[in-house]
Design a binder for this molecule. Structure first.
Ligand SMILES: [Zn+2]
Ligand SMILES: [Zn+2]
Length: 398
């Protein structure tokens, strides 16, 4: 089975100049990072095959040593980071921490496929720059941070699942009826028992198997083109980038995929009831079953950026295939303060100009506007960052 061991070891050193071989994103191939000479070996380009999902087969193949792959565990964020045995890793690409456990050979289900980076460092920086510039209230130091080249290329682990799904359901369909009693008229809903069967076929449900912090960011830069853009995994892609080992195993990934499929079946059942002339639908029982379930384990390209301000770090992710950006964002207290002060001044000016009556109307107007700004800002958690002028809200969509 371990065919890699029968091959002559590939050299990751350039025969021309002795430089290191890296994956060149603009050329989409392995070349010497110093002189650009292509690597003396070719990468396979046939799309990876999917495996039938059978729990027994999976537990048997668990904890396989992965050829030519080393791994460190970050003692700060807990991420397990894989890299090619031909390079060394001394810091965690997820959080930047240098507190990492000694490298050991990576174990687990090896990746089947990979989407190599298509967005290079320059394009990622441009995407990030545009994203930051379009954000109001971002502190200037954030705007500077994209110039400092702190973007790190990382492959995040994903499970993809295909399945044929079917569900028998029971529920109620409601018809709205207008009732007249004397001079009054009101509406009532008549409920009828309904049942049926819905079928859906799923192709490449993408489940991010990354550790917690990355998963939220990754959800916002999906989708990736896993059904057409995947190449067979080769450890050579990790020359010049690192990969996170999955933190969510295959079985847990499948449970999450089932959750997504069930939600889709549930809305299909709801639509089926509505299509039968009901105005309301309510599902009381749904029995999903899944057949032809297949999976693959893929590594997907993401540029990660971390930025520290006020003792807190902020994380950003850029889809390495499409350039889509997501991230948490700090707010500049100075900028928010300036806007609030400006609004107060305007209010005072209006009072002076138009007297108290029109002030009431103007205030009503301003309050509505202000509420939308404030609700975009709140909730403001004052987690020690305030002294440095940073407020934090939840991650915004990019
Ligand atoms: Zn060279
Ligand atoms: Zn870390």
């Amino acid at each position: 089975m371990p065919e890699q061991h029968n091959q002559t070891p590939r050299s990751y050193i350039c025969a021309n100049c002795g430089g290191g071989i890296r994956y060149d994103i603009s050329k989409q191939q392995l070349v010497c990072s110093s002189c650009g000479t292509p690597a003396p070996f070719q990468l396979n380009t046939t799309p990876p095959t999917e495996h039938p999902y059978v729990e027994q087969a999976i537990s048997a193949s668990r904890n396989v040593p992965q050829a030519e792959t080393m791994e460190i565990t970050c003692q700060n964020c807990g991420a397990q980071v894989m890299f090619s045995e031909h390079q060394t890793a001394t810091s965690c690409p997820m959080c930047g921490s240098a507190h990492v456990a000694a490298a050991k050979q990576a174990e687990g289900l090896p990746p089947d496929g990979i989407i190599p980076f298509k967005v290079d460092q320059y394009q990622a920086q441009e995407a990030f720059r545009k994203w930051v510039r379009s954000r109001w209230f971002a502190p200037n130091s954030l705007k500077k941070s994209y110039q400092e080249g702190r973007l790190t290329p990382v492959y995040l682990p994903y499970w993809t699942f295909d399945a044929q799904a079917q569900a028998n359901y029971q529920g109620r369909g409601g018809r709205v009826r207008r009732v007249r009693r004397g001079k009054q008229s009101y509406t009532t809903i008549d409920w009828y028992p309904v049942s049926g069967t819905v079928r859906e076929s799923f192709d490449d449900i993408q489940i991010c198997a990354s550790a917690n912090a990355q998963r939220k960011l990754a959800a916002q830069i999906q989708p990736f083109g896993t059904s057409h853009g995947c190449l067979p995994y080769d450890v050579a892609y990790l020359a010049g980038a690192q990969a996170e080992h999955y933190a969510i195993d295959l079985d847990e990934g499948y449970i999450r995929a089932q959750g997504q499929m069930e939600a889709t079946l549930n809305s299909a059942a709801t639509n089926q009831i509505l299509s039968r002339g009901f105005q309301q639908a309510h599902i009381t029982r749904l029995n999903p079953s899944y057949t032809h379930v297949t999976y693959k384990h893929v590594l997907l390209p993401v540029w990660l950026a971390a930025f520290t301000q006020g003792g807190k770090s902020w994380h950003y992710a850029i889809n390495g295939e499409t350039g889509k950006v997501s991230g948490q964002r700090p707010y500049s207290a100075v900028k928010i303060g300036a806007v609030v002060a400006l609004i107060v001044l305007l209010c005072l000016l209006l009072i002076l100009l138009f007297g108290e009556n029109s002030y009431a109307a103007a205030l009503a107007d301003f309050t509505t506007n202000e509420f939308s700004i404030l609700s975009a800002i709140s909730p403001i958690h004052q987690t020690g960052g305030t002294a440095n002028g940073i407020f934090w809200t939840g991650p915004l969509h990019g």
